[in-house]
Design a protein around this ligand. Structure first.
Ligand code: SAH
Length: 389
C-alpha cells in the first residue's frame, strides 16, 4: 500500500486537535491538489500529528481519525466499529434498533451507522469518508453480519462535500419496512424513505420513560409514526396522537395494528392550530408529549424558532390537567440547552400554571455527546409536572 499523501496544518489547526475537536477548517490547511481520502497530517515543523479524512471542497477540510501511524485500512475500520458496537452491548439482541456509530462521538467523523434488526443503514457524510466506502461496508459486515446494508446518502450536507445525493443498497436489498422491537413495543422502521435513517432512534429512552410515567388521557403531538403514542397507550386510558403528515400517520396506524393497540385516535392536524382549539374548548390531558421537528435549521433562525417553541409549550402547559405530566423536547442544534430551559421558564411564567421541572433529559445513550465536540449533541428534553394548588 502506498503511504497516504501529506498535508500541513497551522498552529491554530493543530491546537483544535489537541483540544479534542477533530475538524480543521480550510484556512488552517496547506495542501496541494489531491483527491478525497486519507491523508497524513503534520505541523509546520514537519512533526506527525495524525491521519485524517481529506475533503478537498468542504469548509471542513480535515477530520481526524487517529493520532497513530499504522495504516487506516479495513482492519482499522472493523476494530473501530466493533468497539462502538461493544459500547452498546446493552441494546443488542434480535430485532433491536439502535445507533451503532454516532459520528464524531465514536471517533468516526461524518459516519452514521444505525441497526434495524437484521439490517444496517449507514450515512457517509464527507468526501474523505466516501472514498473509504468499501472498507466501511466491510467493517459493517464484520461487526453486525446484516442481511442488507443501505446507504442513506441523501442527507443535504453531502452537497457541501461535492457528493451525490443517493440511496443505494451496498449489500443485499433492504426492504421498505423492517419490524423492530423497542422495549414493550414493536414498530415498522422505514429505512429507505423514513426520516433520518428510518426512525427517530434518539428518543427511544425517552419514549420508554414516558411509557412508565403516562396516565389518564394522553396527547402525543408531532407523533410521526406513532412511537411515543404506542408507549403511552400501554399505561394511559386513551391517547390522541397528532401529525400533519398523512403518510406518517398511515404507518402509525399499521404500528398500532402490529401492537394490537386500539386506544389511540390518530388526528391529521397542524399542532399550532390544534393546541389553540384544545385550549379554547377546555379539553385537558393528564399526559402530553411535545416532540416537534427542528424549528431552527440555521443559526439565524433561532429567534423565530424560540418563539415557536414557546408558543406550543405554553399551550401544552395550559391543556394539562392538575398533576399532569408534560414531556417536551427540542432537536434544534442551534437552540442550546440554556436557551431551551430559559424558553421553558418563560412559557411557564406566561402559562398561568405552576410547573415543576422533574427531570432534564438528553438523547438515548447510543447517541452520546462528546464534550469537546458540541456538534455531536442536539437533543434536549424535560419532564414537567403541573403542580398548581
Ligand atoms: N415523536 C416522533 C418524531 C417526531 S418528528 C418520534 O418519536 O418518532 C416531527 C414530526 O412533526 C414529523 O412527523 C412531521 O410530519 C410533524 N410536523 C411538523 N410540523 C408539524 C405541524 N405544524 N403540525 C403537526 N405535525 C407537524
Amino acid at each position: 500500500m502506498t503511504p497516504p499523501p501529506s498535508v500541513t496544518v497551522s498552529a491554530k489547526g493543530a491546537a483544535r486537535w489537541k483540544q479534542g475537536h477533530p475538524w480543521i477548517y480550510r484556512s488552517d490547511v496547506d495542501a496541494g491538489r489531491m483527491p478525497p481520502g486519507i491523508v497524513r497530517v503534520t505541523d509546520a515543523r514537519g512533526r506527525f500529528l495524525g491521519q485524517a479524512l481529506w475533503s478537498p471542497t468542504s469548509e471542513i477540510r480535515l477530520r481526524l481519525l487517529t493520532t497513530a501511524e499504522p495504516p487506516v485500512d479495513a482492519t482499522w475500520w472493523t476494530a473501530m466499529l466493533m468497539a462502538a458496537n461493544q459500547r452498546r452491548s446493552a441494546r443488542t439482541g434480535a430485532g433491536a434498533a439502535y445507533r451503532v456509530v454516532h459520528g464524531e462521538a465514536d471517533g468516526l467523523p461524518s459516519l452514521i451507522v444505525d441497526r434495524y434488526g437484521d439490517y444496517a443503514v449507514a450515512q457517509l457524510l464527507s468526501a474523505g469518508l466516501e472514498a473509504q466506502r468499501d472498507h466501511i461496508v466491510h467493517a459493517i459486515r464484520a461487526t453486525l453480519d446484516p442481511k442488507g446494508i443501505l446507504l442513506r446518502n441523501d442527507a443535504s450536507v453531502r452537497r457541501h462535500e461535492g457528493l451525490a445525493i443517493e440511496v443505494v443498497d451496498a449489500l443485499g436489498s433492504v426492504p421498505e419496512s423492517v419490524e423492530v422491537i423497542e422495549g414493550p413495543v414493536r414498530y415498522l422502521a422505514a429505512p429507505r424513505t423514513g426520516q433520518k435513517t428510518g426512525a427517530f432512534l434518539d428518543q427511544r429512552d425517552n419514549r420508554e420513560m414516558m411509557g412508565a410515567l403516562s396516565h389518564g388521557r394522553a396527547l402525543d403531538l408531532f407523533t410521526y409514526n406513532g412511537l411515543f403514542a404506542l408507549h403511552l397507550a400501554r399505561t394511559a386510558d386513551a391517547v390522541v396522537a397528532v401529525d400533519s403528515s398523512a403518510p406518517a400517520l398511515d404507518i402509525a396506524r399499521r404500528n398500532a395494528d402490529l401492537n394490537r393497540v386500539t386506544n389511540i385516535e390518530w388526528r391529521e392536524a397542524n399542532v399550532f392550530d390544534l393546541l389553540r382549539e384544545l385550549e379554547r374548548s377546555g379539553q385537558r390531558f393528564d399526559t402530553v408529549v411535545l416532540d416537534p421537528p427542528a424549528f431552527a435549521k440555521r443559526k439565524d433562525a433561532v429567534e423565530r424558532a424560540v418563539a415557536g417553541y414557546k408558543e406550543i409549550n405554553l399551550r401544552a402547559m395550559r391543556v394539562l390537567a392538575p398533576g399532569g405530566v408534560l414531556f417536551t423536547a427540542s432537536c434544534s442544534f442551534h437552540v442550546g440547552r440554556a436557551v431551551f430551559f430559559d424558553m421553558l421558564a418563560d412559557a411557564a411564567a406566561d402559562s398561568g400554571r405552576r410547573m415543576a421541572l422533574e427531570r432534564m433529559v438528553g438523547p438515548s445513550a447510543d447517541h452520546p455527546e462528546l464534550l469537546a465536540v458540541p456538534e455531536t449533541g442536539y437533543l434536549k428534553g424535560a419532564v414537567l409536572r403541573a403542580v398548581d394548588p
